[in-house]
Design a protein around this ligand. Structure first.
Ligand code: ATP
Ligand code: PAF
Ligand code: BAL
Length: 280
């Protein structure tokens, strides 16, 4: 596995993949890798990638001033070992000053799917995500980019951005990888206390039951209120639990007859903010 930390070496490596006729996939991550990230690599290969480049970059632009940038888990050695074992071909580890050199002045703002939910809870977050993903796509010139469905709104924002900017890349959505008890894998799960870890799977369980009820015709508002009350009773502080149009992220007050819907949630348990979503 090649390790690149500057743009000339990344460009040389990706040019060599292209010259060899290997279709390149990029897998953007912030490191602290787990099975969910490795599934993105496997999915990219299964979708026809002949070479996979994973990026590890804890992007300061997507963290608010009071967020957890400083305590975001970092484990470069462990991550590189996992990427090698997963058959990754290239690790792209840009220092912050390579990604954002002094004087940089351009950001990408995606209206539409950035509005609401994570966009409200984390002002500026999707501007940071869209900007870094746009840069990663242009730096790598990959043909394919794999993103986890766990971050559903992010997936919609990045898909919209690539389409709107005519970036010749296919965005590949990858289903959420879960622990045996249903908890969506996330780097931040390690900060749950043992008691919180035992409570955490209720988020997915309550969402699964609410989605089934709504799918079967139960009223949306009352069903979501019931699920929220159950979560609060178990010690969660929910930020939102909502039924939305799957691609635009617009809220739905009632089940729609046509077009995909998604149940999305963010809830805090102690100091950890859990995200999850499922199809309805
Ligand atoms: N459980 C999962 N299943 C599938 N994809 C995942 C999972 N967790 C993360 N991903 C995807 O991996 C990519 C990188 O995510 P990131 O590095 O933020 O990991 P994370 O575990 O979600 O961390 P965080 O705790 O910050 O949310 C994103 O496309 C994200 O959707
Ligand atoms: C896509 C991403 C790597 C951009 O920094 C990040 O938002 C993440 O890890 O999901
Ligand atoms: N998984 C989304 C990255 C973030 O929480 O900033």
């Amino acid at each position: 596995m090649q390790i690149c930390r500057d743009l000339p070496s990344l460009r040389a490596a990706t040019a060599a993949f292209r010259a060899a006729g290997r279709r390149l996939a990029v897998v953007p991550t912030m490191g602290a890798l787990h099975e969910g990230h490795l599934a993105l690599i496997g999915a990219a290969r299964a979708a026809g990638a002949g070479a996979v480049a994973a990026s590890i970059f804890v992007n300061p632009l997507q963290f608010g001033p009071n967020e957890d940038l400083a305590r975001y888990p970092r484990d470069e050695e462990g991550d590189l070992a996992k990427l090698r074992a997963a058959g990754c071909d290239l690790a792209w580890l840009p220092p912050v000053e390579v990604m954002y050199p002094p004087g940089n002045a351009t950001v990408i703002e995606v209206a539409g799917p950035s509005a609401g939910w994570e966009g409200d809870a984390r002002p500026g977050h999707f501007r940071g995500v869209a900007t870094v993903c746009c840069k990663l796509f242009l730096q790598s010139q990959a043909e394919l980019a794999a993103f986890g469905e766990k971050d559903w709104q992010q997936l919609q924002v990045v898909t919209r951005m690539a389409a709107d900017l005519d970036i010749p890349i296919r965005i590949l959505p990858v289903p959420t990888v879960r622990e045996a008890d249903g908890l969506a894998m996330s780097s931040r799960n390690r900060f749950l206390s043992p008691q919180e870890r035992a409570t955490a799977p209720l988020l997915h369980r309550a969402m699964t039951e609410a989605a089934a009820a709504i799918g079967a015709g139960a009223p949306v508002a009352a069903t979501l209120e019931g699920a929220l009350a159950r979560l609060r009773g178990a010690g969660f502080a929910p930020d939102y639990l909502a039924l939305v149009e799957a691609e635009t992220m617009r809220p739905l007050a009632a089940r729609r007859e046509q077009g995909p819907m998604r149940l999305i949630a963010a809830a805090r348990l102690g100091t950890v903010r859990l995200l999850d979503n499922i199809a309805v």
